[in-house]
Design a protein around this ligand. Structure first.
Ligand SMILES: [Fe+2]
Length: 334
């Protein structure tokens, strides 16, 4: 039996489909904070690609792109996505990695233009993915284009320099009662792997950050490219220190974890001291796929604080048949 999206969501105890009455309430403008999540746009620019650029792992990524992607469709989907986001005006947008496809300088520039179209750096938070670190030095060079969209609130930066990604992460941005914590798992790896790693130093800083933001009673949203839960992606694409990440969340908690990388809808959960944190991954923002779980989508999280704690309603905007984004589902996180 093939399950519809509503049935799939209901299989998980922490997700609940909104009833008709709740859907009406979702439209209430009294919501406190709206957070849009999109991921993996894979912006490509191969017009000026040189033979020398392909004498490494990029060769296989380039071939795959030529075989699998339709550039015009890709552009049309992203155009439609930008239009829809503009119409919905979320308070903040997060992008969980793979903004580029081959980590080329031209793609980092294109991704910067995409980010500018999404909004001001103060309203858009970005973390990198494995494609942004496709070859050694790509990420360090590329981050100079996006640093304003990546860095923590307190970060001081000057233009035109290269950045050490290890110094930038985890990033912390606080918007009202919401803490956006960006973890980088992006690092170069061998040709046929797409693994990620957080690393010991970042893990230690993450622990501290979760403790401090938890003490302040903030709603902690962790952004991470690789899914930290087993079984969502294959061994070849795994997060190598996922177990350490899970132990940190189990000990110090988080309210919501958003990821990319899988290029499909994935809803799981992780143990926390308070119970469970939802872990949600979505399909690529530029995918014109026929399968509903892989077709382009973004989620809008409506966060509100009540006397009983946080309430989270999710609106799923996905690419419809007419190539416009439509509300595919609405549900709430318990
Ligand atoms: Fe990706």
């Amino acid at each position: 039996m093939r399950l519809g999206p509503a049935a799939i969501l209901n299989q998980n105890p922490i997700f609940e489909i909104a009833s008709k009455a709740q859907k009406t309430r979702l439209m209430n403008p009294s919501e406190k904070f709206t957070l849009a999540h999109l991921t993996d746009p894979h912006l490509a620019d191969h017009h000026d690609i040189r033979f020398a650029d392909l004498l490494n792992k990029r060769f296989f990524g380039y071939i795959k792109w030529r075989l699998k992607h339709n550039a015009a469709q890709h552009r049309a989907v992203l155009g439609s996505l930008l239009e829809d986001l503009r119409a919905n005006q979320p308070d903040h947008i997060v992008v969980t990695g793979d903004l580029t496809h081959l980590g080329l300088p031209a793609e980092f520039q294109k991704a910067k233009e995409f980010l500018c179209a999404l909004g001001a750096p103060s309203a858009v938070t970005v973390i990198p993915g494995n494609h942004d670190a496709y070859v050694a030095a790509a990420l360090e060079d590329g981050l100079s284009h996006w640093v304003e969209y990546v860095a923590s609130d307190q970060h001081q930066h000057t233009g035109g320099q290269s950045f050490s990604s290890s110094a930038l992460f985890p990033s912390l941005r606080i918007r009202g009662s919401v803490a956006l914590i960006g973890v980088s798992t992006a690092r170069p790896c061998s040709t046929f792997l797409a693994v990620g790693r957080i690393g010991k130093e970042q893990q230690q800083r993450l622990q501290k950050m979760l403790i401090e933001t938890g003490r302040k009673g903030l709603f902690r949203v962790i952004l991470i490219h690789h899914p930290p839960v087993n079984g969502v992606v294959s061994w070849r694409k795994r997060l190598t220190d996922a177990e350490a990440f899970r132990a940190i969340v189990q000990q110090h908690g988080a309210e919501l974890i958003l990821h990319g990388h899988a290029h499909r809808l994935a809803q799981t959960q992780l143990k926390t001291p308070a119970g469970f944190a939802p872990v949600i991954g979505i399909s690529s923002a530029s995918a014109g796929d026929r399968h509903s779980k892989r077709r382009a989508r973004y989620h809008v999280y409506h966060l509100s604080q009540t006397a009983h704690g946080w309430q989270v309603h999710v609106c799923v905007r996905s690419l419809g048949r007419r190539k416009e984004f439509i509300t595919q589902d609405e549900f709430r996180l318990l």
